[in-house]
Design a binder for this molecule. Structure first.
Ligand code: 5GP
Ligand code: ZN
Length: 115
């Protein structure tokens, strides 16, 4: 837990969110500024700044994030025609919140390579 972290405050309930899933490992909630019809953030309950840091601290936690995202994709009905999972890391990638989060995006086609 990090005192000045927005997503830690969502985990504790100090900041409200539209939660779609919670279990012993992860919390998932809808992005406040969605970039696609389905845009859900899946976050570990423990505070680490990015996915690589989480993998170093707790490799199993990365698996929990990806498994949860896959189940939520099925719940959202986006497995077909497809969806994207994204971990933005650092300034060039556009990371603005420094608590590890997986973006689950679906409901429209996405460009490749990304902008
Ligand atoms: P990043 O740019 O760090 O990869 O992603 C951070 C995401 O958090 C952005 O997509 C942004 O819209 C979302 N976000 C920022 N503040 C809040 C908030 O208070 N509530 C929710 N639900 N999402 C937020
Ligand atoms: Zn945090």
């Amino acid at each position: 837990m990090s005192a000045d972290c927005l997503f830690c405050k969502i985990i504790t309930g100090d900041i409200p969110a539209d939660v779609v899933h919670r279990d012993a490992h992860v919390l998932a909630f809808r992005d406040i500024d969605p970039k696609a019809p389905t845009h859900i953030l899946v976050i570990p309950l423990e505070h680490t700044p990015n996915a690589a840091s989480l993998a170093a601290a707790d490799p199993a936690a990365v698996g929990e994030l990806v498994q949860a995202a896959g189940r939520i994709a099925a719940d959202e009905g986006i497995v077909e025609p497809g969806y994207r999972m994204v971990f933005n890391t650092g300034d060039d990638a556009g990371q603005t919140v420094h608590h590890t989060h997986l973006h689950l995006l679906g409901g429209r086609p996405f460009d490749w390579p990304p902008g």
